[in-house]
Design a protein around this ligand. Structure first.
Ligand code: PXP
Length: 242
């Protein structure tokens, strides 16, 4: 099976820094450690409230990364302008609510399709691979294609929170198969850990995983490089021929 890309989300390195509003730990230094440990890309979410990643962070990531940069963002004019200027390899559009602790659900593609279409058009025109963070639902996958996205990122939260639920895993498998069959690149993420990543990593159509919180949490005990290597191994083991 083709090697699956591992993108590490470094938001929570910035969360620790913002607890003291200082310079440490520096998420860009963290990104470099992740790259050296085998990450294929770095993901960062510049939230509208700037609760963790700051503007200066994305500026520095855009010029310092040696792997791919995936900028996670809401589909707003401000964020689109930043993406157009920085030209990350990839932009993942996510829903954003100020009070949420993390991105709780996928995008509602029926809510403002004109705004999404316009956003995707702007990103595509800038040569950025555009991904939509959506629930693993067949109709939503079809809608993402119609809106002009290059890729979808399937929200794995339902699977992660109901560990081992066969229905949640089946939904991810069906959505992945459907997405790939209509020409979308399929990514996945949210709530994945070394312990639960196996069944998702084993879905052949999923090209890329975005994993953040569990890596930064684990890094407290074993260090960031080792936390990345553990994940890489769990993904590779899951895709190895049995
Ligand atoms: N993918 C997207 C689109 C996300 O919003 C997040 C959370 O920021 C992740 C992946 C990573 O989720 P986690 O931090 O739970 O691994």
């Amino acid at each position: 099976m083709k090697r699956q890309r591992l993108y590490i989300n470094i938001d929570h390195i910035a969360t620790v820094r913002q607890a003291r509003r200082g310079n440490e730990p520096d998420p860009i230094e963290g990104a470099a450690i992740c790259e050296r440990a085998g990450a294929d890309g770095i993901t960062a979410h510049l939230r509208e409230d700037r609760r963790h990643i700051q503007d200066d962070d994305v500026e520095r990531l855009a010029t310092s990364l040696t792997t791919d940069f995936n900028l996670e963002m809401a589909c707003t004019d401000e964020m689109l302008s930043i993406a157009e200027r920085l030209r990350p390899r990839e932009a993942t559009l996510v829903p954003e609510r100020r009070q949420e602790i993390t991105t709780e659900g996928g995008l509602d593609l029926t809510r403002d399709p004109a705004r999404l279409t316009e956003g995707i058009k702007r990103l595509n025109a800038a040569g950025i691979r555009t991904s939509l963070f959506i629930s693993p639902d067949l109709e939503t996958v079809t809608a993402a294609r119609k809106l002009g996205a290059t890729a979808i990122e399937l929200h794995t939260g339902a699977f992660a929170h109901a560990a081992g639920d066969p229905a949640a895993l089946e939904a991810l498998r069906d959505a992945s198969r459907h997405g790939a069959s209509i020409g979308l690149a399929v990514h996945a993420g949210h709530g994945l850990t070394v312990g639960n990543v196996g069944p998702v990593a084993a879905i052949p159509e999923i090209e890329e995983l975005n994993i953040g919180h569990s890596v930064v949490s684990r890094a407290i005990f074993v260090g960031l490089a080792e936390a990345v290597r553990e994940l890489r191994k769990a993904m590779d083991d899951a895709r190895a021929p049995s």
